[in-house]
Write a protein that binds this ligand. Structure first.
Ligand code: XIL
Length: 360
């Protein structure tokens, strides 16, 4: 375990080398820092030293991409696998990186045995014990936790909340109960809800913004321990221009509730893969600029985390319906929505991130 002080240390102690971003990050060390983070998988960092070097020269915070989720730590009932997270904690301690706790409760990240047991036994103790087990192990090294991931669904949900196993079994109160359990286990932790789908001007995302604000207000009025919101920010070039005024108002409304805001999973889904790489990269970086222009104008936004370092390892894939030129597009050519390409070369999106962080 690394001492909490070291993990939470300011940017001055972060291992930024003489890269452009190090200057950008350093520029914030006097004011409120705007950390740049990324999600990682420890085995990828161990396997590929260049990836680890890239991470260490550019990023100050890491989020476990999969290994902290319930279906990883306890994929089979009672058989615990904390080892990859423990290795990540050691890595973070060695390099003075901050760690982000992702995530305690997410239906898609819950093993089938637990989903069945929850709906069958209706035993909240099962959920509570999971939260306690994971948080107590890492509470000295992780301050910020995505306690509930993706609780909003305005299309098939009830009252704006997703009809997941937790909601169906325990009612909408499961969110407050999870936050309370987390607070009980780690009274010094900052507890967040983490959610996607707030960036665009369509009726779904308009409704999602309203639903999240309503949920936050309800929790805060009830005195539930909640300290911030993770905005995933999975941008999408198929959804039209980002309505900056609406997004800015939304972030202001969250800030007005006294909550911290963290951009937790930034990346860009392309929809048209037929242009040249330079054109595609320009579209991606323009989108990031447009988003961060409004996001970083909000003082409550503390950090920006990208959902990965390199396009080669991104979770984003070409999907059916995307426009692809069969002559140009080989099976190995990935979506280009992260700051570094498959060879770990920085792209226009990297410059957009630097500029946005610096322009504060
Ligand atoms: C994704 C990972 O990137 C994938 O590797 C994994 O298979 C599924 O989860 N929202 C979240 C993240 O909160 O946990 C998801 O990460 C991406 C969407």
């Amino acid at each position: 375990m690394i001492p909490r002080r070291r993990v939470l240390a300011g940017l001055a102690s972060l291992p930024f080398a003489s890269t452009a971003l190090s200057k950008a990050a350093m520029a914030f060390s006097d004011g409120a820092p705007r950390l740049l983070g990324t999600c990682v998988r420890i085995e990828q960092l161990e396997r590929e030293p260049q990836l680890a070097d890239c991470l260490l020269s550019q990023f100050g915070s890491i989020t476990p991409e999969i290994h902290l989720k319930w279906n990883s730590v306890e994929n089979r009932e009672g058989q615990f696998w904390f080892e990859p997270v423990d290795r990540l904690v050691t890595f973070a301690g060695k390099h003075d990186l901050r760690l982000h706790g992702h995530t305690l409760l997410w239906e898609q990240g819950t093993p089938d045995w637990a989903l069945h047991a929850i709906s069958h036994d209706k035993d909240w103790g099962l959920v509570e014990r999971h939260i306690e087990r994971v948080m107590s192990r890492y509470r000295d090294v992780i301050r910020d936790w995505d306690v509930v991931n993706e609780p909003i669904d305005t299309q098939n949900g009830r009252d704006g909340l997703r009809r997941n196993t937790f909601q169906k079994t325990f009612g909408s109160d499961y969110i407050a109960r999870a936050l309370q359990a987390a607070h009980h286990t780690a009274p010094n932790a900052r507890l967040l809800l983490n959610e996607y789908g707030f960036e665009y001007d369509n009726y779904i995302e308009v409704a999602r913004r309203a639903a999240l604000l309503k949920l936050l207000e309800k929790l805060l009025v009830a005195g539930v321990p909640l300290h911030g919101v993770g905005i995933q920010a999975h941008l999408d070039l198929g959804k039209g221009p980002i309505p900056q005024r609406d997004v800015g108002k939304f972030l202001q409304d969250i800030a007005d509730m006294g909550l911290a805001i963290l951009v937790t999973e930034l990346d860009v889904k392309e929809r048209d893969y037929r242009a040249t790489l330079a054109e595609r990269d320009a579209r991606v970086s323009d989108e990031v600029r447009r988003y961060l222009e409004v996001a970083l104008a909000q003082p409550a936004v503390e950090s920006v985390t990208t959902w990965g370092i390199s396009d080669r390892l991104s979770w984003l894939q070409v999907e059916p319906g995307d426009r692809v030129d069969p002559n140009r597009f080989g099976p190995a050519a990935p979506n280009r929505g992260l700051p570094f390409d498959g060879d770990l070369q920085p792209k226009a999106m990297h410059t957009a991130l630097l500029d946005a962080l610096q322009a504060r």
